[in-house]
Design a protein around this ligand. Structure first.
Ligand code: SAM
Length: 283
């Protein structure tokens, strides 16, 4: 018997999002490594599952000591499922080191994919989804938070963060101060009764949340990426976009795609593309 590790996603709020395959996996498996065994036990009970799996608590504080035990179980032929309290393990949740060590030791790592808050939020945000970056939780420390926003301020792609209700207004204010009136989205309580998606420029979002007596629930913040402005556009960024597009399409099509993305005149993109292509061809 060859052991393996299975990464199993669980619902982010709505029990009906627990897939059949995820349920069957947790029911039939030898060991479930979970952040909080009471939460995972509750999920199994609410789903009517009777799992004989041994539950082993695996989280940031005991990872170093529990990981060798999980690896030894897999080595002895057992199958271990890794679940987090909600959503997809490893996404701002434990698991990365366990997966890396499984690969290092030649064990099979497989997945039962499912809900995850950042992707769920992106798909309903109405912000560009062709390129995005997920940046985890915004730091609680104000200075660190400012630095982390400045670090991503010039990226031309949608940026996604987790935030707590307590810090939402602080973070929206820092985002507005540093990024200006960019279009942003607050996605709250996804898949739950009080699900809400508010899409507006950052200052308007602040105004809306300032009016509330309390802000509750689980929150994802998304902000549009930096727009390349026509009058003062970033040639280096345009070149790098063109380089990527030219890898799998004609110059004409690449120009079209980049002009559409940047909203810069096709003629100007074409000039840069011709120079770039000549450079590439003469290399
Ligand atoms: N691994 C999880 C996933 O794949 O979604 C994320 C775990 S992270 C520790 C928890 C954070 O995810 C919350 O503080 C919140 O920012 C976000 N989140 C989780 N569930 C959510 C929901 N239903 N609606 C909005 N945000 C959610």
């Amino acid at each position: 018997m060859v052991g393996r590790l299975v990464i199993v996603s669980t619902p982010i709020g709505n029990l009906s999002d627990f897939s059949d395959r995820a349920a069957r996996t947790l029911q039939d498996i030898d060991i479930i490594a979970c952040e909080d065994s009471r939460k995972t036990h509750k999920l199994l009970v609410l789903s009517g599952l009777k799992s004989k799996a041994k539950m082993i608590s695996y989280h940031d504080h005991n990872g170093a000591s529990v990981r060798p035990k999980l690896l030894a179980e897999i080595d002895s032929g057992k199958t271990v499922a890794l679940v987090s309290d909600a959503g997809t393990p490893l996404i701002s949740d434990p698991g990365y080191k366990l997966v890396a060590e499984c690969h290092d030791q030649g064990f099979i790592v497989t997945t039962v994919p499912g809900p995850s808050a950042p992707l769920a939020a992106l798909t309903i945000s109405g912000l560009p989804s062709d390129k995005f970056i997920f940046s985890g939780f915004l730091p609680s420390n104000q200075k660190a938070c400012e630095t982390s926003i400045k670090d991503i301020s010039s990226l031309p792609m949608t940026i996604i963060w987790f935030e707590t209700p307590k810090r939402l207004l602080r973070s929206l204010t820092l985002l507005a101060n540093i990024l200006g009136p960019r279009l942003a989205v607050v996605a709250r309580e996804l898949t739950k009764i009080h699900e809400e998606v508010i899409r507006a420029p950052l200052p308007d979002l602040i105004a809306q949340f300032e009016k509330r007596e309390t802000i509750k629930g689980e929150i994802v913040i998304l902000v549009e990426g930096k727009k390349i402005d026509e009058a003062n556009f970033d040639v280096v960024a345009v070149k790098s976009m063109l380089k990527e597009e030219l890898q799998y399409q004609s110059l004409r099509d690449a120009v079209q795609v980049v002009a559409k993305k940047t909203k810069i005149q096709k003629r100007r993109i074409y000039q840069i593309a011709v120079e770039l292509k000549t450079l590439i061809d003469t290399k």
